[in-house]
Design a protein around this ligand. Structure first.
Ligand code: ATP
Ligand code: MG
Length: 220
């Protein structure tokens, strides 16, 4: 890990997709741990418009986007990318990765960051096997989710698992890497449930986002 940080120049662009309904400190700590450990140039948070594998979000796409914008002001390496919301329709990661790859050119390492829970559902994603043609997959630990892969995913991992984290920074795409992070047992559904019960959501998400939720009477 130390040798990763010794790189002189940050390089590579990380991407973290999500519903962010709302964004919370679990997302944000994972994002900053990853940019620090891997010295990526930036990490783009990409709120989806219409999630493909779960029900409709509880608030509007614009509200979810507003909350991401309010959340990231503490770290200039975190960026918000609103392309899925502008594109509308079902938000397929493969479409997003293809677009970003076009924009950054063929040589830039692109790294899609996702939690273990999302990774386990990968075989249900649209055109999932093609994702690594456009980016690496960086899978971060999430409390309660163990790497118990169904055979399809197991085979996929055997074929493209990186032998060292350096491979994510050298090649533009093509590898899967697993990274253990300090556990934060926080989820958006837990925050929505607390709001509904009119209980405190303090310390689970940034204050500006808490204030936005209060001011707009969200999740009641
Ligand atoms: P919900 O409870 O509504 O399912 P969520 O908390 O899972 O929401 P998402 O927006 O669905 O949040 O997550 C976006 C991405 O962030 C996913 O890849 C997910 O695995 C990851 N993620 C979310 N929370 C954490 C956490 N506490 N630790 C690590 N990764 C997380
Ligand atoms: Mg979830």
């Amino acid at each position: 890990r130390s040798s990763l940080k010794e790189r002189k120049h940050p390089s590579g662009t990380a991407i973290m997709g999500g519903t962010f309904d709302p964004i919370h400190n679990g997302h944000l700590r994972a994002a900053v741990e990853i940019v620090d450990r891997f010295a990526f140039r930036a990490l783009r948070l990409i709120p989806c418009y219409q999630p493909v594998h779960k029900g409709q979000p509880s608030v509007t796409a614009q509200q979810r986007l507003d909350m991401v914008e309010k959340a990231i002001s503490c770290d200039e390496r975190l960026l918000v990318d609103s392309r899925e919301i502008l594109r509308k329709g079902p938000s397929y990661s493969i479409d997003t990765l293809k677009e970003i790859r076009q924009e950054v050119g063929p040589d830039e390492p692109l790294i899609m960051v996702l939690g273990m829970d999302s990774f386990l559902s990968l075989p249900t994603w649209h055109n999932w096997q093609a994702l690594i043609e456009y980016a690496h997959l960086l899978v971060v630990s999430r409390p309660g989710w163990e790497p118990d892969f169904i055979s399809e995913l197991q085979t996929f991992c055997e074929n493209c698992r990186a032998t060292s984290a350096h491979e994510l920074q050298c090649a533009p795409s093509g590898f899967v890497w697993f990274e253990m992070l300090p556990s934060l047992e926080i989820s958006s559904s837990m925050i929505r449930a607390l709001c509904k019960k009119q209980e405190s959501i303090a310390y689970l998400l940034p204050e500006p986002v808490q204030n936005y939720i209060k001011q707009n009477n969200l999740y009641l």
